[in-house]
Design a protein around this ligand. Structure first.
Ligand code: ADP
Ligand code: MG
Length: 200
């Protein structure tokens, strides 16, 4: 069985969860023991399932998003061949967490899906710290859904996540973690990613 670390990054709606579930299903069908982990931060749709924006779903092990949370289920993780982690950006960064995942992925295939940037367009530290160790990084893009005054759609590749509060761009000082779906987030290209109050 292959081991190593694979990462899937991109903005919201770029298909990270879909891709993660697709890979995990392939291994499950091929007869490997597969486990999917998600942080307790993300209670969208279901507490114990990972669900994509298209409605694909898979049972998940919910853990506290920290080294301690993962360490608590270490034994179980090491009993599987393939370990998927969704919404990895919500894990609290610590060198121990990175060490733990490097150790796990030296024996098992670990596939991590994460936002690379937050709504401000700034990196999530835990993702930034793990990324260089990945043997394989897939950078996914969504489609920019910005519509101008003349109702023309942008349609370029979207690499950013726009947070909206009551339909308006969220200010820079809005809290970093705000779990939500289509009502509060849109995929945007760089040009149409707006963060009022950001110093560029
Ligand atoms: P992620 O985990 O990256 O947020 P998902 O895998 O849950 O993404 O969902 C991807 C799906 O989101 C796409 O297959 C598509 O059906 C839907 N979607 C919604 N908005 C967009 C968009 N702006 N660009 C691309 N796909 C979108
Ligand atoms: Mg997702």
């Amino acid at each position: 069985m292959a081991s190593g670390l694979r990462m899937i990054v991109g903005p919201m709606f770029s298909g990270k969860t879909t891709e993660l579930l697709r890979i995990l299903r392939k291994y499950a069908i091929a007869g490997y023991a597969v486990v999917l982990v998600k942080p307790s931060t993300d209670a969208r749709y279901s507490a114990s399932k990972v669900v994509s924006h298209d409605g694909l779903e898979m049972d998940a092990l919910v853990v506290e998003p920290s080294f301690t949370g993962l360490a608590r289920v270490a034994e179980l993780l090491f009993e599987h061949d393939v370990v998927g982690i969704d919404e990895f950006q919500f894990f609290e960064y610590s060198p121990d967490l990175v060490k733990f995942l490097l150790n796990l992925s030296s024996e098992k295939l670990v596939i991590v899906a994460a936002l690379n940037l937050d709504f401000r367009g700034e990196p999530w530290e835990v993702v930034k710290e793990l990324l260089p160790y990945a043997e394989d990084v897939k950078v996914l893009k969504a489609v920019c859904t910005y519509v101008d005054q003349q109702r023309r759609k942008c349609g370029k590749q979207a690499s950013r996540t726009q947070r909206l509060i009551d339909g308006r761009p969220a200010p820079y000082d809005s809290p970093r973690i705000m779990v939500g779906g289509k009502e509060s987030y849109e995929a945007r290209c760089r040009k149409h990613h707006v963060v009022p109050g950001r110093r560029d």
